[in-house]
Write a protein that binds this ligand. Structure first.
Ligand SMILES: NC(=O)c1ccc[n+]([C@@H]2O[C@H](COP(=O)([O-])OP(=O)(O)OC[C@H]3O[C@@H](n4cnc5c(N)ncnc54)[C@H](O)[C@@H]3O)[C@@H](O)[C@H]2O)c1
Length: 367
């Protein structure tokens, strides 16, 4: 199969859909891989590295799209790419269709086969191609939170680990899922006192079993949240209601009860955020203040660490890419129920139920 790796052109996106390691696996199996010149640079992979493992470097994104049977990338195609997508071409990437009718319509019109990373789903309901990005964001939440607790950037001026004779900082983690557990682990590693809340007792039992004793679990309730926001320095929002908007666990009035310089990192911002005062920010301008509380609400946190994020993402996408390349999308999906769930739009038709519910059966613009 001919597989294309375009350079991401979405603002501030430096990840790439495939590393040289992935290209090597494909070329070993007799596939052809086209890589757009410079596609891997932001993640630390120059063209030379791709060439060494047999990739063919193409100058333009248009060439990559027009010469490939399958495109493997990171973010959804943006407006400039809509017209490049070919009829019958397989596009394997994050789409998040439900958040954009325009993108959905454009992909219907293209008559491509759209396989979305975020809806590939294992038997137990877990989302294997989303997990690594949550792992990155959860760990980053503490790194960023620690930074914004510093006084020159309007934080409380607290060192999370404390020092001998001075107690450590206090971190409140909302949600004990992938983001929450990774955040708690990092904070605990720094020596901070951690309180982690969830409504799922199974998750809390697990955290209680595996974490050190300075990570304390509590049931998530409004009462407990009101109590804790007053005494914690850093709050990490990592809740998720599958398929829905995040619940607003921290309300506007609670901000007034927090100490000035408290930092909120609302990782759940991509689902609307779990803090009433959350609005999405970017890596260029990541924070804002409301009632002297620092809000960090970057919707694509992993984009700031493209080297790690690209490796984490491609580690999990590669087995699916190999299967798609070896078998073709129809057989690969037929033989793998998890991958089958990734199918969202096939040749002009929505085939993913939640997407049909969101937009109804949109029709292709031209016959
Ligand atoms: N900003 C970013 O760059 C970025 C990156 C990755 C993930 N995310 C987002 O982070 C969020 C969390 O992702 P995840 O992978 O950890 O999800 P997850 O499903 O693994 O965990 C979510 C947890 O929230 C818990 N929860 C639900 N309602 C709750 C409540 N009322 N109180 C406390 N806990 C509650 C669930 O029981 C679950 O354990 C998602 O919205 C995800 O999209 C954002």
């Amino acid at each position: 199969m001919e597989i294309g790796i375009p350079k991401e052109i979405k603002n501030n996106e430096s990840r790439v859909g495939m590393t040289p390691a992935g290209v090597l696996e494909l070329t070993h199996r007799g596939h052809t891989v086209f890589v757009q010149s410079g596609a891997g640079l932001g993640s630390g992979f120059p063209d030379e590295e791709y060439k060494k493992v047999g990739a063919r470097i193409l100058d333009t994104i248009g060439q990559v799209y027009s010469m490939s049977e399958m495109i493997v990338k990171v973010k959804e195609p943006i407006k400039e790419e809509y017209g490049m997508v070919q009829k019958g071409q397989v596009i394997f990437t994050y789409f998040h269709f439900a958040s954009s009718e325009r993108l959905t319509q454009a992909m219907i019109d293209s008559r491509a086969v759209c396989l979305a990373y975020e809806t590939v789903e294992d038997e137990d309901g877990s989302l294997p191609l989303l997990t690594p990005m949550s792992e990155v964001a959860g760990r980053m939440a503490i790194q960023q939170g620690a930074k914004y607790l510093e006084k020159p950037v309007k934080g409380r001026g607290v060192l999370l680990g404390g020092v001998p004779g001075v107690p450590p900082g206090r971190v409140l983690v909302l949600g004990a899922g992938t983001v929450g557990i990774q955040a708690a682990k990092m904070a605990a590693g720094l020596g901070a006192h951690v309180t982690i809340l969830d409504v799922n007792m199974k998750r809390l039992r697990y955290v209680n079993d595996v974490m050190p004793s300075h990570v304390v679990t509590e049931f998530s309730s409004e009462y407990n949240i009101r109590k804790h926001v007053r005494s914690h320095d850093l709050i990490v929002g990592g809740v998720l209601l599958k398929g829905g908007k995040a619940p607003k666990l921290i309300t506007r009035d609670m901000l007034k009860t927090m100490r000035p310089g408290t930092v909120i990192v609302d990782v759940a911002v991509d689902q609307g955020g779990c803090v009433e005062t959350t609005r999405p920010t970017t890596h260029e301008n990541p924070t804002y203040l409301i009632d002297d509380v620092v809000h960090y609400c970057v919707a694509n946190m992993p984009g700031a660490v493209p080297y790690t994020s690209t490796m984490a993402l491609t580690n999990v996408t590669l087995p699916y890419v190999l299967s798609l390349a070896d078998k073709g999308w129809e057989r690969a999906c037929r033989e793998d129920a998890s991958l089958q769930k990734g199918l969202n739009i096939v040749k002009g038709e929505i085939v993913y139920e939640e997407l049909l519910e969101a937009f109804g059966p949109l029709k292709a613009a031209t016959a």
